[in-house]
Design a binder for this molecule. Sequence first.
Ligand SMILES: CC(C)(COP(=O)(O)OP(=O)(O)OC[C@H]1O[C@@H](n2cnc3c(N)ncnc32)[C@H](O)[C@@H]1O)[C@@H](O)C(=O)NCCC(=O)NCCS
Ligand SMILES: Nc1ncnc2c1ncn2[C@@H]1O[C@H](COP(=O)(O)OP(=O)(O)OP(=O)(O)O)[C@@H](O)[C@H]1O
Length: 199
Amino acid sequence: MTGPMIIGLTGSIGMGKSTVAQMFADEGVPVFDADAAVHILQGPGGALVEDIEALFPGTTNEKGVDRQKLGAAVLGNAEALKKLEAIIHPAVGAMRSEFMQANRDAPMILFDIPLLFEKTGKKAVDYVIVVSATAEDQRDRVLNRSGMTAEKFETIKALQMPDEEKRKRADFIINTSQPLDKTRQQVQNTIEKLKASLA
Ligand SMILES: CC(C)(COP(=O)(O)OP(=O)(O)OC[C@H]1O[C@@H](n2cnc3c(N)ncnc32)[C@H](O)[C@@H]1O)[C@@H](O)C(=O)NCCC(=O)NCCS
Ligand SMILES: Nc1ncnc2c1ncn2[C@@H]1O[C@H](COP(=O)(O)OP(=O)(O)OP(=O)(O)O)[C@@H](O)[C@H]1O
């Protein structure tokens, strides 16, 4: 194999992807965060702000994209979301390529991609890790966030592959319905197994 082993980290809304990705980073694994890339593209002076304003007038301001407004325009409107994804996903892909180039000498790298199964495709990675929690924990975590409603949660869930389906397709599952130190241990064990497969 040439280049680093590529690990995809995915999971449905609120399952704990960001927390688990940070645990991989703590172990020294370079992490590409797709959501963070979207924030850069949509943030102040971001490369896609103008295009988004043209497609969805009134959803940007001097600080870039107003995500509440853009979310209201696209979540629940399949055609609008498709148009937005058509400009965002290729730009995220380009940033991912740059990240790969910058980390080409690392033994393994991790892609944190919320929509890995839905959009990016399993072929982009060597192994898939699915982050999963009980439906109750997922719901509690998400509804505790500011700006979130039960309706918005249901709309987003309907856009994502069900957790059960994701788990079936996973090479590794990380459980986040347990204390954080147990989850960290699972992350460390997974890294050991991945390293063993490299040897
Ligand atoms: C719609 C937007 C403006 C809402 O922003 P907001 O800050 O309110 O929510 P946030 O980004 O935290 O997303 C909340 C949840 O929705 C999920 N989600 C976001 N976009 C999508 C999508 N296109 N399809 C399915 N789920 C999505 C996220 O994975 C997350 O679980 C924003 O998510 C966006 O620009 N999405 C399009 C880009 C995209 O597809 N991002 C997903 C990862 S690359
Ligand atoms: N064992 C655990 N592992 C991971 N997260 C946990 C655990 N226990 C509690 N949590 C909490 O659950 C929440 C998970 O949120 P996080 O932002 O990581 O999810 P996410 O999957 O990235 O969400 P989104 O898809 O909406 O971006 C955090 O507040 C975290 O502190």
